[in-house]
Design a protein around this ligand. Structure first.
Ligand code: ATP
Ligand code: MG
Ligand code: MG
Ligand code: MG
Length: 439
């Protein structure tokens, strides 16, 4: 992509309305534009990162055996009357009427709809286990939308629902989700710690929230410092193996880690004092097992192998896809701007031409662009007629992991300069060597 042809409305000034660094940087880097409180347009750069996050979520869900689908944003109130949540949900639910005066709502979540679908089509235990998910926009009329996409009113969420014959089988689905979430967040360069959470109005005993530690997080958390040393890494896991998934759950949840809602001073006091930590965190996901409550209300029953009609055991599992952009930036930035982890970066590499219009420099940049593309990478070539300082500042702000700087002086010696955004270190090398390093 040539920057001269792209749409990257970078802001020079720091927007006054933004209170936290990720919101400021997303506005300054031209990633989002507010439409009204908590509702944003995703400008090209922000949209690219959002799509990358979405892709990782899809890949890891599919790897775990979960099946993608898509349900609508608008729902009829009927379904929610069945579950009793139409009245219970309160003012966070955006309600509307269609031209026939029928009650509708913009979905804040999809338990009712998915249970209705499964209840309609699944009649036998032989169709189980089943986990369906979608990545769809949600609307919650938050009292205080703030911090940009972190607490929006319209936001993108992955929500998945497992349907199983027994509690035991549903708990395997719970564990499987925990494992797949650990992989998902790590691929985005994030450490998200599973913490025992409060199940709230949805009910049930089994729930963990995934928290990214950050000073600007809205949750207060308490944990054993040892937990931050755990990494899932690239270990192979068989998602069908009950034992393997349970082992990972035990490994990642046996140390003390709780949000303030479930915090227990007495239990916390048993953690060695030098490892006790209290901090703030951003909730980037949550998993739940809640039993048969929805299936009973919505009529999702199957015949078991003894011919009895039994309600399905369910859980629901969410990832805050759009919130993750904010969380990643909170966790990875410096005073110059964003530092994208490789997994989600909007472009792999920036190319800065120090002397636009110089035949040799232009040709070298174009050759680099082609060579990077041939490696399957997406470069962003700053081909504007601007001062080098401005070009560097833009590249630092938008946070691409690598920058290749090309100028007539270096080209005389056959070299370009490769700079790592994260370390700030620069090295001179041939253009070919730079491509190899970036790839
Ligand atoms: P919160 O405690 O932050 O209000 P929640 O517990 O109400 O979140 P869930 O119902 O668990 O949210 O939804 C799953 C995920 O969706 C959350 O873990 C979070 O990452 C994301 N999410 C929830 N509300 C918002 C929002 N208003 N804006 C952006 N993301 C959100
Ligand atoms: Mg909420
Ligand atoms: Mg919450
Ligand atoms: Mg939650």
């Amino acid at each position: 992509m040539r920057l001269s042809r792209y749409f990257l409305p970078v802001l020079k000034e720091t927007p006054a309305e933004a209170q936290i660094v990720s919101h400021r940087l997303m506005l300054r880097a031209g990633m989002i534009k507010q439409v009204s409180a908590g509702i944003y347009s995703w400008l090209p750069l922000g949209y690219k990162v959002l799509k990358n996050i979405e892709r990782i979520v899809h890949e890891e869900q599919i790897r775990a055996g979960h099946i993608p689908m898509l349900m609508p944003t608008l729902q009829s109130a009927d379904l929610w009357q069945k579950s009793g949540r139409f009245d219970a949900y309160g003012p966070e639910m955006l309600r509307l009427k269609d031209r026939h005066d029928r009650d509708m709502l913009y979905g804040p979540t999809n338990e009712e709809m998915i249970t209705d679908i499964v209840g309609t089509y699944v009649t036998s235990y032989k169709s189980l286990p089943l986990t369906l998910y979608h990545i769809q926009w949600k609307f919650r009329d938050e009292v205080r939308p703030r911090f940009g996409v972190m607490r929006g009113r319209e936001f993108l969420m992955k929500d998945g629902y497992n349907f199983d014959l027994s509690k035991e089988a549903a708990l395997h689905a719970y564990n499987r989700h925990l494992v797949s979430y650990l992989r998902t967040y790590e691929r985005m360069g994030l450490q998200a710690i599973p913490m025992r959470a409060d199940s709230g109005p949805i009910g049930g005993d089994y729930t963990h929230e995934f928290l990214v530690l950050a000073e600007t997080g809205e949750s207060e958390v308490f944990y054993d410092a040892e937990i931050t040393e755990l990494k899932f890494g690239d270990r192979e896991i068989d998602y069908d193996s009950v034992e393997q998934c349970a082992e990972v759950l035990t490994e990642f949840t046996s140390r003390y880690a709780r949000t303030d809602e479930t915090h227990d001073e007495a239990a916390f006091a048993e953690v060695p004092e030098d490892r006790q930590r209290s901090a703030r965190g951003i909730e980037v996901g949550q998993i739940f097992y809640f039993g048969t409550e929805y299936s009973e209300k919505m009529g999702a029953y199957v015949q078991n192998d003894e011919g009895e009609r039994v309600p399905l055991h369910m859980g629901s599992h969410g990832i805050g896809v759009s919130r993750l952009l904010g969380a990643i930036i909170e966790a990875s930035h410096d005073d110059k701007g964003i530092i994208w982890p490789e997994g989600v970066t909007p472009f792999h590499c920036g190319i800065v031409n120090l002397k636009q219009g110089d035949a040799e420099a232009d040709a070298a940049c174009e050759a680099l662009e082609k060579a990077l593309e041939a490696e399957g990478l997406e470069p962003l070539y700053d081909d504007r007629n601007e001062r080098a300082g401005g070009k560097f500042a833009t590249m630092d702000l938008i946070g691409l992991p690598w920058r290749i700087t090309v100028g007539p002086r270096g080209l005389k010696n056959g070299v370009v300069e490769l700079t790592s955004r994260r370390t700030g270190e620069s090295e001179e090398m041939t253009p070919e060597a730079a491509v190899v390093r970036v790839a």
